[in-house]
Design a protein around this ligand. Structure first.
Ligand SMILES: Nc1ncnc2c1ncn2[C@@H]1O[C@H](COP(=O)(O)OP(=O)(O)O)[C@@H](O)[C@H]1O
Ligand SMILES: [Mg+2]
Length: 461
């Protein structure tokens, strides 16, 4: 209830209305006190007018007149000469004099508050102007207990009233918020949940219907998002089916080709010189085709497993990669170099790191070999507080235009006969799995540099 939207509104409304009521409480109590005192003066004025008819009234009548006015004494100055005075004994000395002619809103409020806060019964003298030009000045003496009681009653009434008002306002707001906001939001959330259960189902896409503009916009944004997502999911499904078909074809094709390979191998033993010449080429072509099938199948095995990170000595991995390259390349005029700070250790999956480097180094070696055969491949590394950077640099001819355009896209960028166009895509995916990125840092006639950025902590990811 308390952390629901309408609950919050309920509480805030009550708090604000209460605050507003407190802000008007002091001025209105001050006003009440002023009216009360004025009324006393007025009643006293009327009482004193009896003296105009008869100068000598009986003490009993005088006492009654004063009791009716609620004061001890009255002195009404009509003009310089005449003054009407009624009086009865005061219990003790006057404590305070209040001149109503010289009050400002501030002093009124201050005096009212002081009256509310002082509990004892004081005797005050109140001076004011008589009503209806009844004279120059009127002055009464009275006690404060009845005044304070009336002020307290009045104040309590105000507080009670404000409690009722705030309860009603809050209730109305509560209902309004429920209708205008909570219900539409719930419906949006409901749509989201239903959609999340089966996002391929286009019938579950939200139909915008809210009247409130902001909600309407949210609904429309959600609608667009869901439409797009559902489309993308369908597309993905089609691609997955296609991928499955390609995998099946590759699989069967590989088997067929393996058989063909066996026959081709046999043909090499043939006595016919023509067949003998052609046979190695045939064997080569077939084994390239088998390789293509195999790498397609490997790629089709969906995602690479998440890397299991351990401490890896980079220099060792680099040497391993170079060793296996030297083996498979035969004696080419390619030199391999490492430029790695001694003892540099990074956190990575050693198996995957090996595959990443091996793909990059093999590409470099093949590029140099295709361009004439002499060159150098160097693996270097550096680190800062956030990441390790491993660079694979070669002195080859640089990436062909086609490879640059389809950089890191599977199947697209190959320019080699028998190339699959998967090496860079796989390397990039493996680096991404580490939370890092693979970049083509530079490429040109004098060589190519690929940079692997591996974050040290999660924030680099
Ligand atoms: N170091 C490099 N120097 C020049 N060209 C490169 C280099 N690395 C990759 N390439 C180009 O990028 C293409 C794609 O490489 P890759 O994704 O490994 O696929 P593949 O090696 O199967 O062709 C290669 O065919 C080659 O033309
Ligand atoms: Mg390659």
């Amino acid at each position: 209830m308390l952390n629901s939207l309408s609950g919050r509104f309920l509480i805030l409304t009550i708090a604000f209305v209460m605050l507003a009521e407190v802000l008007i409480f002091v001025p209105s109590v001050a006003r009440f006190r002023q009216d009360y005192l004025r009324e006393r003066l007025e009643r006293a004025q009327i009482a004193s007018l009896v003296l105009l008819a008869d100068d000598m009234i009986s003490p009993k009548l005088e006492k009654e007149l004063l009791a009716n006015a609620g004061v001890y004494n009255v002195a009404l100055r009509r003009d310089e000469a005449s003054e009407l005075i009624l009086s009865s004994p005061i219990p003790h000395m006057v404590d305070r004099t209040i001149d109503l002619r010289a009050q400002t809103p501030l002093t009124l409020m201050r005096d009212a508050l002081r009256r509310l806060l002082t509990g004892e019964n004081e005797i005050i003298r109140v001076i004011g102007r008589p009503v209806r030009m009844g004279g120059r000045q009127i002055e009464v003496t009275m006690q404060t207990a009845p005044l304070r009681r009336a002020m307290l009653d009045y104040g309590l009434n105000i507080l009670l009233l404000s409690a009722v008002i705030s309860a009603i306002t809050a209730l109305l707001l509560f209902l309004a918020v429920r209708r205008l906001m909570v219900r539409p939001i719930r419906s949006v959330v409901g749509y989201m949940q239903a959609y999340a259960e089966a996002p391929e189902d286009a019938r579950r896409i939200i139909a915008p219907g809210a009247g409130v503009r902001e909600l309407r916009e949210a609904e429309e944004a959600l609608h667009d998002l869901q439409t797009e997502l559902t489309g993308a999911l369908r597309q993905k499904e089609r691609l997955a089916q296609l991928g499955g078909a390609v995998a099946r074809i590759s699989h069967d094709l590989r088997n067929i080709l393996t058989t063909a390979q066996l026959f081709a191998d046999r043909m090499e033993a043939s006595q016919d010189p023509g067949v003998q010449r052609a046979a190695p080429k045939l064997v080569n072509s077939i084994s390239r085709a088998v390789n293509l099938c195999e790498s397609t199948l490997a790629f089709g095995k969906a995602e690479e497993p998440a890397p299991s990170l351990t401490r890896v000595a980079l220099a060792e991995v680099a040497e391993e990669v170079f060793d296996s390259e030297r083996l498979s390349a035969g004696e080419a005029a390619i030199s391999y170099g490492v430029d790695i700070p001694a003892g540099m250790v990074l956190r990575a999956d050693p198996e995957q790191l090996y595959r990443i480097l091996s793909n990059l180094v093999r590409n470099a070696r093949q590029a140099i070999g295709a361009a004439g055969g002499e060159g150098e491949v160097v693996i270097s590394a550096s680190e800062d507080a956030r990441e390790w950077v491993i660079r694979v640099a070669d002195t080859g001819p640089g990436l062909p235009q086609k490879a640059r355009e389809a950089l890191f896209q599977p199947f697209a960028g190959t320019t080699r006969r028998g190339g699959s166009g998967l090496g860079l895509a796989i390397a990039a995916e493996l680096v991404r799995g580490h939370g890092g990125r693979l970049e083509l840092e530079s490429t040109g006639e004098s060589g190519t540099v690929f940079a692997i950025h591996l974050p040290k902590g999660l924030e680099g990811a």
